[in-house]
Design a protein around this ligand. Structure first.
Ligand SMILES: Nc1ncnc2c1ncn2[C@@H]1O[C@H](COP(=O)(O)OP(=O)(O)OP(=O)(O)O)[C@@H](O)[C@H]1O
Length: 294
């Protein structure tokens, strides 16, 4: 039984030649957490994950997984499953053979047919990997990652190329694993998936952690937004608003409830119809867009 964090990254540096891809990166992932490591293109996420997964050595700094070096494969591999962005499966093996091979290599035990069933691949069990569609390959990749229900799972862009049924199926499996205490590290460019599911987010930019926190801690760093359109004849608004052209306005607010109330009260009193009214907290997309602008 490990006490302390499942993943502990301390002052990690990764250089390629004289290029500094990861600079003094520190973060921890606790047991049972879903930690989303997100970032701009080239931020250093893959480089970092490759070190945590034991595929690459750090230039300097320390990384511990379950208290061990990730290069200590015997200690770490049986306890972690990995869904990479690109699988390196042998095209000539069947789907079932592939799952069994990964099980053997990682020293995890399970039934191949169980994990194939989870991802609706039972009918493809005897099919060669080379004959699978792109989405089926991704599902096979996920099935191998969850083989043996490991304590730690890395999901690198897991839903890219999956149809909506497969996405829902994948997240159902992840939710069940999490109920049993599995720790998940997710990278994705589908920010709404991270927004819905992550306990904490580490947001990388240019090799460093730009922001870290829960979704609400990150979105709280930016104002919420109210958008609407007005007829040209409308009287002056009760709040400062920015015109976005064609009669559309945007109000940025640190107090969405109060300012929305003031706007609606004004509209009713003045008998003004607010067109296409929409409001909501800042989305993770906006936090990303703000990177580099401050
Ligand atoms: N083997 C390598 N040799 C030289 N430079 C590399 C190598 N691998 C990555 N880099 C560079 O290091 C930086 C970080 O790359 P990395 O793949 O870790 O980023 P990322 O955050 O995963 O990006 P993306 O979201 O685009 O996949 C990039 O500028 C990349 O060009």
């Amino acid at each position: 039984m490990t006490t302390g964090p499942v993943i502990d990254v301390d002052r990690l540096h990764v250089t390629y030649g004289d290029f500094h891809a990861v600079k003094d990166l520190s973060f921890q992932v606790g047991r049972g957490e879903l930690y989303a490591l997100l970032g701009t293109n080239g931020a250093g996420k893959t480089s970092t994950l490759e070190i945590i997964e034991g595929h690459r050595t750090a230039t300097s700094g320390t990384v511990r997984v379950f208290g061990h070096s990730p290069r200590d494969r015997r200690a770490v591999r049986p306890r972690m499953g990995t869904m990479l962005q690109e699988s390196g499966f042998s095209p000539d093996l069947t789907v079932r053979e592939t799952v069994r091979l990964i099980g053997k290599l990682t020293r995890r035990t399970d039934r191949a047919d169980r994990v194939l069933g989870l991802m609706d691949l039972t009918r493809k069990a005897g099919t060669k990997v080379s004959q699978l569609s792109g989405g089926e390959k991704r599902r096979l990749d996920f099935a191998t990652a969850v083989y043996g229900s490991p304590e730690l799972i890395f999901l690198d862009e897991p839903t890219t190329g999956l149809d909506i049924q497969s996405r829902d199926g994948l997240w159902d499996v992840v939710d069940k694993l999490r109920d049993d205490g599995t720790t998940v590290v997710l990278t994705t460019h589908y920010l709404e998936e991270a927004q819905q599911r992550a306990d904490r987010i580490g947001l990388m930019h240019e090799g460093a952690l730009h922001l870290e926190g829960t979704v609400s801690e990150l979105t709280r760093t930016l104002p919420a937004v109210i958008r609407f359109s007005l007829p040209a004849t409308a009287p002056a608004l009760p709040l400062p608003a920015v015109s976005e052209g064609e009669g559309t306005f945007r109000i940025e607010t640190a107090d969405l409830q109060d300012d929305l109330y003031r706007l609606l009260h004004w509209a009713r009193t003045e008998a003004v119809r607010l067109g296409d009214l929409a409001s909501g907290p800042t989305r993770l997309d906006d936090v990303f867009r703000a990177i580099g602008s401050h």
